[in-house]
Ligand binder design. Structure first.
Ligand code: NAD
Length: 330
């Protein structure tokens, strides 16, 4: 198939180039983000390949459909950026990569936890300036704490397996309980109990209308003082203004985020020569106990290879009219 890739970076092109010889697709790599204006670039192709911050709203989907596009192959797990109702009406097929190295994201969540709890980001900068003072670097153990995990899908489960090694109590909330997790000692409970008893809370559920702002003014009143909040899932799970207020009051003791509510206009780009217009992320960046990474939890060589292979397999299955095991349906 002729496939137009949007929002591509050097690392995307490299991983897909490694896998393309095994398939017979012809691809065009575009750096442009997909929206209703850039959709025209897909002219002459049969499918588009899109990523997390591409705008697959009704306008974009209509424009793609009018160009003869039949398939949207998402090279990511989340699909909250797609208007599924519009896609259904336009008879556009959506496929995704449901799991690609869940360990990559789970390990990144732990990188955030360990950096915040042991202040290694501050220590790194200090030592580079020959400042070997330990003042202000007192951390806290993970061992013996209670960790609350919201969402025990592929990534949440990988996170729990790692957490187990630290000797922690794990509380979990999910609409479906997982037997493997229960056998491992994970205690499922309601959200109120998880909020009340966890010293660290890590978000691993998808962004849906039910989970939008699951962390909000009300839920933040239920958490322990000084709780650590980790979000490697989707920015919209957190109501940023309430989190800023909770950080100012010390209610949240540490915040580690790889995703941000308004990340579309920021992440994946080098904006270092520009004036930052987003007041909320600018405020977050001033807190000494906040660590932000720019949606890089997925970015390991293993995960990129898996994304490329599964995406190209999804496209091949559609082309050959085979069963689409990774289709996203309404
Ligand atoms: P998954 O589908 O395997 O698991 C999601 C889990 O969330 C499921 O167990 C599901 O039952 C649960 N869930 C759904 N609705 C819920 C609700 N209302 N309350 C509680 N739990 C609910 O997905 P996954 O592969 O584990 O990925 C989780 C999320 O991580 C994705 O949706 C995506 O947004 C995010 N993600 C981020 C990155 C990154 O680079 N930062 C990379 C991949 C995925």
């Amino acid at each position: 198939m002729r496939v137009a890739f949007f929002s591509t970076k050097k690392y995307d092109r490299e991983s897909f180039q490694r896998w393309l010889p095994k398939f017979s697709h012809q691809v065009s790599f575009f750096e442009a983000k997909l929206d209703k204006h850039s959709a025209i670039l897909a002219q002459g192709h049969d499918a588009v390949c899109a990523f997390v911050n591409d705008q697959l709203d009704e306008g974009t989907l209509k424009n793609l459909s009018s160009l003869g596009i039949k398939l949207i192959a998402l090279r990511c797990a989340g699909y909250n950026q797609v208007d599924l109702q519009a896609a259904k009406e336009l008879k556009l097929t959506i496929v995704r990569v449901p799991a690609y190295s869940p360990e990559a994201v789970a390990e990144h969540a732990f990188a955030l936890i360990l950096t915040l709890s042991r202040k290694t980001h501050k220590a790194y900068n200090r030592v580079r300036e020959s400042n070997f003072s330990l003042e202000g670097l007192t951390g806290c153990n993970i061992h013996g704490k209670t960790i609350g995990v919201i969402g025990t899908g592929a990534i949440g489960r990988a996170f729990c397996r790692i957490a187990k090694g630290f000797g922690v109590r794990i509380l979990a909330y999910d609409i479906f309980e997982n037997e493997e997790m229960k056998a491992m000692g994970v205690e499922y409970c309601n959200l109120d109990k998880l909020f009340a008893e966890s010293k660290i809370i890590s978000l691993h559920c998808p962004l849906t209308p039910e989970t939008h702002h699951i962390i909000n003014k009300k839920s933040l009143q239920k958490i322990q003082d000084g709780c650590m909040l980790i979000n490697t899932s989707r920015g919209g799970l957190i109501e940023t203004k309430s989190v800023i207020s909770a950080l100012k009051k010390g209610k949240i003791g540490f915040l580690g985020i790889d995703v941000y509510e308004q990340e579309e206009d920021l992440f994946f780009e080098n904006l270092s020569e520009q004036i930052l217009q987003d007041e909320q992320i600018a405020r977050l960046m001033t807190f000494p106990n906040v660590l932000i990474t720019g949606h890089q939890a997925f970015l390991t060589r293993e995960a990129l290879d898996q994304i490329a292979e599964t995406t190209l397999e999804n496209i091949t299955a559609f082309e050959k009219n085979e069963k689409l095991i990774n289709e996203v349906k309404m």
